[in-house]
Design a protein around this ligand. Structure first.
Ligand code: TZP
Ligand code: MG
Length: 212
């Protein structure tokens, strides 16, 4: 499913159990949807396939209930087993072009993180449904990043591609509007929602900035 040029989602929650700091991550996900999240990615690092699968099945019950897409970070076996809406891969993961060759992924959403401008010229970008601007600002949530794009980097990418752009990295209600203004189609958020005391309110406030 190549969703070019528009992307019908604006607030993208990237969630893991760990990032919810002891709160029930399924409750955080549900509250965030009520607050305005319209697409969710499950991003579980350093866990077994069994544990990832168990969490993915549980989360999919919630995303199905609200009819929003569930994207799985990296793990194509989990994506296939739960029949989720798509997968998000980075520069060092299985490539969008290899995934797109599989029947299962022909119609799935494939997201691809952009860390280098040169990636815009490769076939993986062409075969992706959206590009992750990773990271727009550096963040404690993910420390092994290459560089921070900043608003100028985002504007540059916006001028080079019509692909939907999803910014990620240290995004909150204070900087959301400026990132949209610089050319992002959607904002992806971990801590501003997952570690908030009230994830529904946190999502609502960011969505409100996006829609301004
Ligand atoms: N990829 C680039 S930055 C990031 C990921 C998964 C983490 C963003 O987390 P936060 O807490 O919204 O800064
Ligand atoms: Mg990855």
């Amino acid at each position: 499913m190549i969703l070019k040029p528009s992307f019908p989602y604006q607030l993208y929650l990237v969630i893991s159990e760990k990032d919810c700091l002891g709160k029930n991550f399924l409750e955080v996900a549900e509250k965030s949807i009520l607050g305005g999240v319209d697409i969710i990615q499950l991003r579980e690092k350093n866990t077994s396939t069994e544990d990832f699968l168990r969490k993915a099945f549980a989360l999919k019950e919630i995303t199905d209930k609200y009819n929003i897409p569930l994207i799985i970070n990296d793990h194509f076996e989990v994506t296939e087993k739960i029949g989720s809406a798509g997968i998000h891969v980075g520069n060092n993961d299985r490539s969008p072009s290899s995934l797109r060759n599989e029947l299962f992924f022909k119609d799935k959403i494939i997201g691809y993180s952009i860390e280098y401008l040169s990636q815009l010229e490769n076939v993986n970008t062409e075969l992706s449904d959206y590009l992750g601007i990773s990271p727009i600002f550096s963040t404690d949530t993910k420390k092994d990043t290459v560089t921070e794009w900043g608003l100028e980097g985002l504007k540059k990418i916006r001028s080079l591609t019509e692909k939907p752009l999803v910014a990620i990295g240290n995004i909150n209600s204070s900087n959301a509007a400026s990132i949209i203004k610089a050319g992002a189609d959607a904002l992806a958020v971990v801590s501003a929602i997952c570690s908030a005391q009230n994830p529904e309110k946190a999502a609502y406030e960011i969505k409100n900035e996006i829609l301004k």
